[in-house]
Design a protein around this ligand. Structure first.
Ligand code: FAD
Length: 471
């Protein structure tokens, strides 16, 4: 039974903090218990990395543009706040890999780069005959011995499929999610399902073939896209959440500087405006460096200080459609490191998300920066714009300058789950639970970077608080 008048502070007004606030308020209303909720956000706006702008009839996302539909927490939250009718899937189309200056269609049947159909892999120009033979060795290679140890995504995929498939296909695809170094990222923390496939089926190719949902036949209706977004942009979810959170006290443009324990399960928060807040429980929904800084007394949070993040920038360029002489049929491409290109990916947003773009116009949204290639983000807007246009021109023949360009720098914004991440997180959480029971860390730095993962993590923190109180 929850005692009356509990007070919870949520630090960070990104999607994680907002989800925590939403599910806590919901619980307090449904169970009719009085939980006082305060959400403190350092900037003057909510949403964190979600930032939609509207300009000249375009809807442009500075950060995330969509979420994976199969991870259900995002769609569920959208429905809960009444935006179900605004949900849309992406338009499907050909995706490409840029390798050695040439666009290659993504081989049909590739699941995260793992072949599940033979002929597209035999015919693709992405790999040499030797590279293809090496990938086929997956069919006969034994499974690795189960050690329980984590390993890098790179070492796992290189062992199964060889370097060419990793460098020319898997790495650029993963780069789009983590902007990271495939040889450092943890398999256990990012794609544990691939290890499970190896354990169960031995061969990744055979295992993925059996475990992937069957492709729709050509005669069946047009395939639904894997991603979803909201017609008015993801910011509409943030705005709807803010409106629904009618029992939450928001403090914006105020930073939490320190969390201290005053008593058993009682905490004091020092804020940048000089005030102090006392509470029973805290959800810390900030990026990991900020999280570690908030509790200076907790030396066991030092692994969070050491955890790396990558810096990237998104560059959205709007054109009249007549400006593109070589308009390629498709939705975009990712760039292999085996290129002298600076952009790492480009979405033809007007094709993937037609609702974002006025008739007769085009919007190209590119990424620059990834692990080991971050210096470009420090260049001036003019320099970034020039570099991106030069790269695009090698492929698309663009005849005019963009009507406008929106560059958004995301410094240290993509958390890198290094080998051993899960073990590190378990240890941190165990020590935190002993030392500061009632404080929970949540957000993209820990259990998944995608928006649905962040929503899950906010909700999980709420469940942990309530379980503790109900004991
Ligand atoms: P944040 O959004 O970073 O929010 C944390 C908040 O904490 C911030 O608002 C910050 O101001 C606040 N804060 C920090 N310190 C303090 C303090 N001391 N006191 C008070 N407040 C503080 N995911 C997808 O699913 N799909 C995509 O298409 C996608 N694309 C992406 C593109 C880019 C360029 C980036 C950077 C990320 C993308 N992601 C995508 C990942 C996803 O956007 C993030 O993982 C997610 O938005 C993080 O949410 P969060 O609430 O955990 O953190």
């Amino acid at each position: 039974m929850i005692e009356e008048n509990r007070r919870v502070v949520i630090i960070g007004g990104g999607i994680t903090g907002l989800s925590a606030a939403y599910y806590l308020q919901k619980e307090s209303k449904e169970k009719n218990v009085n939980i006082e909720i305060t959400l403190i956000e350092a900037s003057n706006r909510l949403g964190g990395k979600i930032q939609t702008i509207r300009k000249n009839g375009f809807t442009i996302e500075r950060g995330p543009d969509s979420f994976l539909a199969r991870k259900q927490s995002a769609g569920r939250l959208v429905k809960e706040v009444g935006l179900e009718d605004q949900l849309i899937h992406n338009s499907t189309g050909q995706a490409y890999i840029l390798l050695k200056g040439e666009l290659h269609p993504m081989p049909e049947g590739a699941v995260m780069g793992i072949p599940t159909k033979l002929s597209p892999f035999v015919t693709t120009g992405l790999f040499s005959p030797i590279g293809k033979m090496r990938a086929a060795a997956d069919l006969i290679l034994p499974a690795s011995k189960k050690t329980g140890d984590d390993q890098s995504l790179g070492s796992f995929f290189r062992r199964r499929l060889g370097d060419e498939v990793v460098d020319n296909l898997i790495e650029p695809l993963l780069s789009g999610i983590y902007a990271g170094d495939i040889d450092k990222l943890s398999l256990e923390a990012t794609f544990p399902q691939f290890q499970q496939v190896e354990e169960k089926y031995r061969s990744l190719i055979l295992g993925m073939k059996q475990s992937s949902p069957k492709q729709q036949s050509a005669s069946s209706q047009k395939k639904k896209g894997m991603f979803q977004t909201l017609k008015g942009g993801l910011q509409t979810l943030v705005d709807a959440l803010e409106e629904k959170l009618d029992e939450v006290a928001f403090l914006k443009a105020v930073k939490v500087e320190k969390i201290e324990k005053t008593n058993v399960e009682h905490y004091r928060l020092s804020l940048s405006n000089g005030s102090i807040i006392e509470c029973d429980s805290v959800v810390v929904a900030t990026p990991h460096h900020a999280t570690a800084n908030l509790i200076p007394s907790a030396d066991y949070l030092s692994p969070l200080q050491k955890m790396k993040s990558t810096t990237v920038a998104t560059v959205a360029m709007a054109f009249d459609e007549s400006a593109l002489k070589n308009d390629i049929d498709g939705t975009g491409f990712v760039v292999s490191r085996n290129n002298d290109y600076t952009i790492t990916a480009c979405t033809w947003t007007h094709k993937k998300w037609p609702h974002t773009t006025p008739e007769g116009k085009v919007i190209l949204r590119c990424y620059v920066g990834r692990s080991g290639e971050e210096a470009i983000v420090d260049q001036s807007d003019e320099e970034i714009k020039k570099v991106v246009l030069d790269d695009l021109n090698k492929i698309m023949e663009i005849t005019t300058d963009p009507e406008f360009t929106i560059i958004t720098r995301w410094r240290e914004a993509m958390p890198q789950y290094a080998v051993g991440h899960k073990k590190m997180l378990r240890e941190v959480n165990e020590r935190l639970a002993k030392d500061m029971p009632g404080i929970y860390i949540a957000g993209s730095s820990f259990e998944g970077v995608g928006l649905p993962d962040c929503i899950n993590s906010g909700e999980a923190a709420v469940k942990a608080i309530l379980t503790r109180w109900n004991k």
